[in-house]
Design a protein around this ligand. Structure first.
Ligand SMILES: Nc1ncnc2c1ncn2[C@@H]1O[C@H](COP(=O)(O)OP(=O)(O)OP(=O)(O)O)[C@@H](O)[C@H]1O
Ligand code: SF4
Ligand SMILES: [Mg+2]
Length: 324
């Protein structure tokens, strides 16, 4: 882990709205990311969790400029990259890479392993053909694949091996930052740990900073230094991994934690089961005030009227809720 005060990425009031195209909802927007502010420190793993559709992937893709932001700022090494055009972004793309959830669909099936890993090298480096080949060989070794795999195509590999190819592609340009968007969710449970261990080793070796997206807290708890909890386009709580797990503050985080299956039936009975009720509202129609008020067991009259502001309740533990 790097120096804690060293911020690599600072996001300020970031918004990403998608226009709705169908006739009934014309002139409406899906507010996938709706005013997010947080930072990612150099060398850390920042875990991002929340229910399906809350905007995790959109946030990651907007930060890495796969999507243009609707509003807000993204400071990468103190440079605001939010409004740079594609040409101006070129020097940053190689510093920010992405590992996708589905290893098969993220790899072009008509390219062999050599071509797949060579693509970013050709695009972002000035290495000669020979040097590129040497680099590809060393990358394959780093992700636990063999030199002989170079001529093979994605369909000849298992899901875990394909993800290794995706990881080799992502680290090929020596990035500073890697968005890991649910990189193990599509893999067999038996190989999830292997891939996570490899990502951790690579992080140490290369000094990488990760934004690690997952559905639930149990998956990111052990690998994350800090965790952000996202609800309906907004981050409602950020804290160090252990603090968040042992002392969750936001009612939504508490609900997420209590929905983690508990293996021990006695403990399960003793635990304060507080499953979040109701469905997640539409991101086209975000509730007024606190956007969680329609589902919150602690909601008070003020919650539907006034938007809560974030508060640092203890060192490095920030929550956005009227209870604090
Ligand atoms: N390209 C797009 N065009 C229009 N709407 C989109 C697009 N991408 C995402 N959305 C919408 O934005 C919202 C957030 O989606 P997003 O994929 O970011 O969520 P997520 O938290 O990553 O979900 P999951 O856990 O299922 O991956 C959803 O309502 C989704 O339907
Ligand atoms: S602000 Fe109110 S509705 Fe929102 S999480 Fe806190 S108590 Fe619940
Ligand atoms: Mg996603």
């Amino acid at each position: 882990m790097g120096k804690l005060s060293d911020i690599l990425i600072e996001v300020k009031d970031l918004k990403k709205y998608f226009p709705v195209k169908n006739g009934i909802n014309k002139n409406n927007f899906i507010k996938a990311v709706d005013g997010v502010s947080f930072n990612i420190r150099r060398g850390e793993t920042f875990g991002l969790v929340g229910e399906s559709g809350c905007g995790k992937s959109t946030l990651g893709r907007t930060i890495t400029r796969l999507y243009d932001a609707t509003a807000g700022d993204i400071f990468f090494e103190e440079n605001n990259i939010a409004k740079l055009n594609k040409k101006q972004m070129k020097q940053y793309y190689k510093k920010m890479q992405i590992i996708f959830q589905d290893p098969y669909s993220s790899l072009n099936p008509y390219m062999n392993v050599k071509e797949l890993i060579e693509e970013p090298l050709t695009l972002h480096t000035k290495l000669s053909k020979l040097k590129r080949k040497e680099k590809i060989e060393s990358l394959l070794e780093m992700v636990g694949l063999k030199k002989d795999d170079m001529d093979k195509f994605p369909h000849e590999f298992s899901g875990g091996q394909c993800q290794r190819i995706g990881i080799a592609r992502a680290i090929s340009t020596n990035p500073d930052f890697v968005l890991c968007d649910e990189p193990i969710s599509a893999l067999d449970v038996s190989i999830q740990a292997q891939v996570v261990n490899m990502l951790e080793d690579l992080q140490k070796e290369m000094g990488l900073t990760y934004l690690f997206v997952a559905h639930d807290l149990s998956m990111v708890r052990h690998i994350s230094d800090r965790i952000g909890v996202m609800y309906l386009g907004s981050i409602v709580e950020v804290g160090r991994s252990n603090d968040l797990y042992k002392n969750p503050l936001h009612p939504y985080t508490k609900g997420l934690l209590s929905s983690i299956p508990i293996a021990d039936p006695i403990k399960a009975k003793e635990s304060n089961i507080n499953i979040i009720k109701g469905d997640i509202p539409s991101p086209m129609n975000i509730p007024s005030g606190c956007r969680f008020h329609t589902r919150c067991p602690y909601a008070k009259p003020i919650c539907s009227e006034v938007t809560p502001i974030e508060k640092e309740v203890e060192n490095d533990h920030i929550v956005t809720c009227h209870l604090y």
